[in-house]
Design a protein around this ligand. Sequence first.
Ligand SMILES: *Cc1c(COP(=O)(O)O)cnc(C)c1O
Length: 434
Amino acid sequence: MDTGVFDRIESEVQSYARNFPVLFSKAKGSYLYDEAGEAYLDFLAGAGTLNYGHNNPVLKEKLVAYLSEDYIVHGLDMHTVAKRNFLAMFEEVILKPRKLEYIMQFTGPTGTNAVEASLKIARNIKGRENIISFTNGFHGVSLGSLAVTGNSHHRGVAGVSMPGATVMPYDGYLGNGFDTTELIDKMLSDSSSGIDHPAAVIVETVQGEGGINAASFDWLRNLEKVCRKHDMLLIVDDIQAGCGRTGSFFSFDEVGITPDIVTLSKSLSGYGLPFAVVLMKPELDQWKPGEHNGTFRGHNPAFVTATAALDHFWRDNTFATEIKKKADIITDRFREMANKYDDHWFHLNGRGMMQGLVCTDGELAHQITQEAFKRNMVIETSGADDQVIKTLCPLTISEEELQRGMDILAESVDTVMKDRVKQQNRHGKVSVVA
Ligand SMILES: *Cc1c(COP(=O)(O)O)cnc(C)c1O
């Protein structure tokens, strides 16, 4: 395996590569393959970008046909057949059945560019600068998105001050039984609280990079009420939690809220092709032509695979039902792992197929994911201290593969915990539940 060139000329900024030092070559479904053909079960799946698995054959067939017939790959934002088909499919399969009336804006193809656009919309519509964001929220690393992101590791390298945002405690941050939307309401109702009237609130319904924290439906509904009461737009960043990850196309489908703006990216193309959109209520579409510009706004091959994904997976409830079944398996297996040990070691969080095994510290989580990697499984951590082991396996994973992955995780937990418990016993505490 010759990988010297990565050390010689690739920037130190590489991150995932450090935890999985293998030369990957091919991928199919739920598996990555290295150059020698060794298979790795993929529970990272592009950090939520490959919800339909690697090289999904249904999507690939459409993409290959599109390319081989010399359809347009790059057309700036001009009308193309591929774009028409995508818009029409999105309208038919996603918007109409939900009675949602959104205008769709194609931004640059990264999540963070969709977030930047959403913040511009809110600020320009409301004529105010401040945006409320949340503890442990993650919205991307360009400056506007970074200003509403909690992570100090990312914020620390901005090199400029990042004004225009006020951070508030996310659901559960102050313990159960404390509804943090009451705090927001109280502070916004007090003209001397020191908070400038915000244009919008930006929120993830389940925080991906921030530790798989799932907001309760009540909290999200209360947050929407606070937005209405104080004339703020509600922006749901559904870049990671959307496209089926939580069990429905939008993560808020079953919540009973209607965001003013929604951002989508990651799994939207379905094939791992870069693609991002902003959905906004029609009255918010006050853009002048080209105001939020970009060379790669709406990439035609991504339109093709995204259209195929909507057509294949989202016309009825079959896929959503499958996701829920697999989500239950994940919960059951995580609970089994956690229940073997004293309460303080592990607990569970998340929703749908976006779940986390929260470890007592980041070192423990790291050891477990490294142990899983020794067993040919790729799985990552998230959270402030990287203490949460997160399942982001393809939603299309077979039940057998899912069980295999959970077996590997259970073995990895036990292997690492044997040493941890030994250490503790030396200090006179017994930690295994009999
Ligand atoms: C990944 C992510 C982003 C940023 O997307 P990029 O494509 O990495 O710029 C924004 N918001 C959320 C919730 C994400 O998970």
